[in-house]
Design a protein around this ligand. Structure first.
Ligand code: PGA
Length: 242
């Protein structure tokens, strides 16, 4: 049985005053949740989050360098993230693929850096609207998976299927559309134990659509952008884990 995981991705939002989100979330929930929780704030808040988060919230970064060290100004290595107590790192988010030209090979290198220092990479992939409309969603997602996975694809990686057309648009994949792709991804995973692989759905997950998505047999959690900024919405999504 795979334990559900709900991850929040704050993207380019959050300053120190927003750390009060932690208390707000705890008071919304009342009790520790029945799933794993990961919060990915911007890099400037990672240390404070690690220090202040209750033990049932793990902290993750939104990106890491593909390099281990060296002359790479502005980069943050996976080892640096592990050093301050991060446990996860998102790699290959479609916004980084689009804004920074990250290829599958770059994403794979980042995931390998993460695994090498004991961080769990959350590897993101997903098709564009054009690709979906052309009937190529399965093929595109499968190709991205195979090219972005570390060579020694352990089951301690997490995959996040995030159709680009559903991210931040308010338009979400139907539970059936998402389940179809998740099934394709699980079948294509070449790791040791594909039954243990956790595949999250991301793209306009909100309190009112979370339960239907999370009920699907191959959807093991959610990567939540916009709705994770509001502790009330994020708590409602966590509560919808059945
Ligand atoms: P969204 O973002 O929930 O705001 O659509 C999801 C993501 O990009 O991880």
């Amino acid at each position: 049985m795979r334990r559900a995981l709900i991850a929040g991705n704050w993207k380019l939002h959050g300053q120190r005053q927003d750390l009060q989100w932690l208390e707000a979330l705890s008071s919304q929930l009342g009790k520790p949740p029945a799933c794993d929780i990961v919060l990915c704030p911007p890099a400037t808040l990672l240390s404070d989050m690690v220090g202040q988060a209750p033990d049932w919230i793990a902290v993750g970064a939104q990106d890491c360098s593909r390099h281990g060290s060296g002359a790479h100004t502005g980069e943050i290595s996976a080892a640096m993230l592990a050093d301050i107590g991060c446990r996860y790192v998102i790699v290959g988010h479609s916004e980084r693929r689009a804004d920074h030209g990250e290829t599958d090979a770059v994403v794979k290198a980042k995931a390998e850096q993460a695994l090498a220092v004991g961080l769990t990479p959350i590897i993101c992939l997903g098709e564009s609207l054009q690709e979906r409309d052309a009937g190529r969603a399965d093929e595109v997602c499968q190709a991205q998976l195979l090219a972005s996975l570390p060579d020694a694809a352990a089951s301690d990686v997490i995959i996040a299927y995030e159709p680009i057309w559903a991210i931040g648009t308010g338009r979400t994949a139907s539970a059936e559309q998402a389940q179809d792709i998740h099934q394709v991804l699980r079948a294509a995973f070449r790791g040791q134990n594909r039954d243990a692989l956790r595949i999250l759905y991301g793209g306009s997950v909100k309190p009112d659509n979370a339960a239907a998505l999370l009920r699907q047999p191959d959807i093991d959690g959610a990567l939540v952008g916009g709705a994770s900024l509001d502790p009330v919405s994020f708590a409602a999504i966590i509560d919808s884990v059945g």
